[in-house]
Design a protein around this ligand. Structure first.
Ligand SMILES: C[S@@+](CC[C@H](N)C(=O)[O-])C[C@H]1O[C@@H](n2cnc3c(N)ncnc32)[C@H](O)[C@@H]1O
Ligand SMILES: Nc1nc2[nH]cc(C(=O)O)c2c(=O)[nH]1
Ligand code: SF4
Ligand SMILES: [Mg+2]
Length: 220
């Protein structure tokens, strides 16, 4: 009885100390551009790149984002205020790994400002926030959290070597029925992997090709 009472007090103290909303986030950069990848490729979008990632992909194209402490913590209000200056209706939250943070308040405020909310994630942390589009890009370096499978609208697998086709296939039975299936070559291995991806998609037409088109357009 006494033990239960102590546990209750402890629980109350802990819950009182947990902030109810994450009102500020480490921000590496935010920029207005064209979504270069995936199902929404070609649409104007405002990108919000949160800092911090512990997944450790050897080929990550934004390693400067990994150390959250190297970037300023910015209030959600300031992030959304900046976003509102642009005419697009899509806000893409990326990183780093954005799901390291509770994104409930950020997505509430973006929606209140009239944005569609899209996320780019490796899915290794539980999904928080209200999302109009979830791009799940699984990584061999860290196992995804199971909350991502049913929520993902797009599975975007990166092809760095031929074993990545079977890695990509290993997820499809867990995904919801209408989830888009995309294969994207790792940028530095494009020349080697592109012919394999083309043949794979021709033989397995449930998959589509995704390219990092912004890198060809020389835009952020
Ligand atoms: C930089 S990550 C940030 C979001 C999240 N951490 C993730 O990995 O999904 C954004 C997207 O770029 C992809 N990406 C990162 N480096 C890449 C590379 N060298 N070539 C191709 N795609 C890459 C990721 O797989 C992910 O889909
Ligand atoms: N233009 C553009 N499109 C993107 N799609 C996903 C990106 C990302 O880094 O998450 C990205 C990016 O960095 N730039
Ligand atoms: S999970 Fe995303 S941000 Fe983190 S290392 Fe991998 S590609 Fe980079
Ligand atoms: Mg990028």
């Amino acid at each position: 009885m006494l033990v239960l009472y102590l546990l209750k007090i402890l629980d109350m103290e802990i819950s009182e100390n947990i902030p109810t909303k994450t009102s500020a986030l480490p921000l590496m950069e935010a920029f207005y551009t064209i979504q270069g990848e995936g199902a929404w490729q070609g649409h104007a979008a405002y990108f919000i790149r949160l800092a911090g990632c512990d997944v450790g992909c050897v080929w990550c194209d934004v390693k400067e984002s990994w150390d959250a402490k190297a970037h300023p913590v910015v209030s959600v209000e300031a992030i959304v205020q900046e976003a509102r200056q642009y005419p697009c209706k899509i806000a893409v939250i990326t990183g780093g790994e954005p799901l390291m943070y509770d994104l409930t308040y950020l997505t509430e405020e973006l929606k209140r400002a009239g944005f569609r909310t899209h996320i780019e994630t490796s899915g290794v942390y539980p999904l928080t926030g209200q999302w109009d589009w979830v791009c799940f890009s699984p990584k061999k370096f860290k196992k995804p959290h199971e909350s991502i499978y049913f929520k993902a609208d797009e599975l975007k697998a990166i092809v760095y070597n031929p074993s990545d086709f079977s890695f990509a296939e290993s997820f499809i039975n867990s995904m919801k029925k209408n989830c888009k299936l995309l294969l994207q070559p790792e940028w530095s291995r494009q020349d080697k992997m592109m012919p394999l991806i083309v043949e794979y998609v021709k033989a397995n037409p449930q998959w589509q090709v995704s390219l990092q088109t912004h890198k060809y357009m020389n835009i952020p």
